[in-house]
Design a protein around this ligand. Structure first.
Ligand code: C6P
Length: 412
């Protein structure tokens, strides 16, 4: 693999859209391989933020003036873009949140007040991010429900036989990650949702990594909830989307109380607003929500399939090159994997790898990746992780593999 254009995507042209990529770090051209943590932002997104603040900054759904109307329209257009992105059937099912963490907290909190009871079971998996563990533990503590955890096989895939055994009529919630941020595994979420629905459970898919690498169709998946964070999909931080099935959201209580989420307030009683506003208390993150639309359209224009092909080609190439390094073990060898490469190297601490690569201008993430239970399960303290985005190139992968070999030589 030697050309900048490894697929139908013109990566050279695309890189021009990302100003941050064109800089030197420690005297070397930046290679940004920390995309699973957060992706860089294209000019259209940065411009959308600038335009909002320079031209029509205003609160939404409230003012009678021109700027308020313009901001409200842009905000709601973004909701429509998110609806299309997830193929939800209606904008009433599309809630703006800060990100996946807030989405899981919202759902777990509401379900703990209106769905879960003592003795019920919540099924998650061993590869969950802390965001999809801790809110459920809190919900279980509050209700007396019990957390059950699907184990993995040696490749870092969900053990589907065990999943089958764990999903029983006691299961009231199944909450699993679409793509593991630590292993890269793409989970068979449709099959899991089908199993959970067959026993009457509600289903939540953590799409923090899934939404950027895979086409998502919430109607096809038939899940009750699906969440993603904007900042991993080329949008700003502080904005994300929670899809919720309308019939479920209608029955659940609100999460936060305050302005916007009400129809009428008296000191005796409050009636709640219609969906989606029932779940959007207070002045929302207007600017970042508006910019989200430009990021989603940017992704749609390139095409998720083309992006996935490009990122998987980089993954295959990188896996091949780094596997030649003596003592390197790839962590997560699932048959279905997205552009995330976790590895450990015998006799070398992952933190030192990160520091030396940074000295050579290469940004990766090292540590437990907010998946401490997974690391414990694997008997690891942490890994080094390179994660790819649409603007990364085979040439960067080659430089990364060379730099990694150099780092290992220095550390041994
Ligand atoms: N993972 C990573 O480097 P927030 O922070 O709310 O945007 O997303 C949380 C989250 C939930 N689930 C998965 C699968 C994730 O990957 C993340 C965020 C980053 O892997 C930061 S820890």
């Amino acid at each position: 693999m030697s050309s900048l254009t490894s697929s139908s995507i013109d990566v050279r042209a695309l890189r021009e859209e990302f100003p941050v990529l064109h800089q030197q770090i420690n005297g070397k051209p930046l290679i940004y391989f920390d995309n699973a943590a957060t992706s860089q932002k294209p000019r259209v997104v940065i411009e959308a933020l600038k335009q909002y603040y320079e031209q029509y900054n205003s609160n939404i759904h409230r003012g009678a003036h021109h700027l308020a109307a313009k901001a409200t329209e842009a905000y709601e257009q973004s909701r429509e873009a998110a609806r299309r992105f997830l193929n939800a059937s209606s904008i009433e099912e599309v809630l703006f949140v800060r990100g996946v963490t807030e989405a899981v907290n919202l759902v777990a909190d509401c379900l703990s007040r209106a769905w879960l009871q003592a003795g019920d079971e919540v099924v998650i998996s061993t590869m969950e991010h802390h965001s999809n563990i801790v809110p459920w533990q809190m919900a279980c503590e509050r209700t007396g429900a019990v957390l059950k955890v699907i184990p993995l096989n040696d490749l870092g895939e969900l053990d589907m036989a065990q999943a089958e055994a764990l999903i029983t009529p006691r299961t009231k919630v199944l909450s699993v990650v679409h793509i593991s941020n630590a292993l890269g595994t793409i989970n068979p979420v449709k099959e899991l949702v089908r199993k959970a629905k067959a026993v009457g459970a509600l289903t939540f898919i953590d799409g923090a990594q899934g939404a950027v690498h895979l086409p998502v169709d919430v109607q096809g998946l038939d899940c009750d909830f699906y969440a993603f964070s904007g900042h991993k999909v080329y949008a700003p931080t502080g904005i994300g989307v929670l899809y919720g099935r309308r019939s479920v959201l209608e029955k659940l209580p609100p999460y936060h109380g305050g302005g916007e989420m009400i129809k009428e307030v008296t000191f005796e009683k409050t009636t709640y607003n219609d969906l989606p506003f029932k779940y959007e208390a207070g002045t929302p993150n207007i600017a970042d929500a508006i910019a989200l639309r430009y990021a989603l359209e940017f992704v749609e224009q390139i095409g998720k399939e083309a992006m996935l092909r490009h990122e998987q080609a980089l993954l295959t190439y990188a896996t091949d090159l780094v596997s030649r390094i003596d003592g390197l073990q790839v962590i997560g060898q699932a048959k279905e994997k997205a552009g995330i490469l976790s590895f450990v190297i015998e006799g070398v601490h992952h933190h030192d790898v990160g520091v030396l690569l940074d000295n050579m201008g290469i940004a990766i993430r090292t540590g437990h990746h907010c998946t401490q239970p997974l690391m414990r399960y694997l008997g690891l303290e942490g890994t080094s992780r390179a994660s790819f985005a649409v603007y990364n190139t085979p040439e960067e992968v080659e430089r990364f593999a060379e730099a990694l070999q150099k780092a290992v030589n220095m550390l041994r």
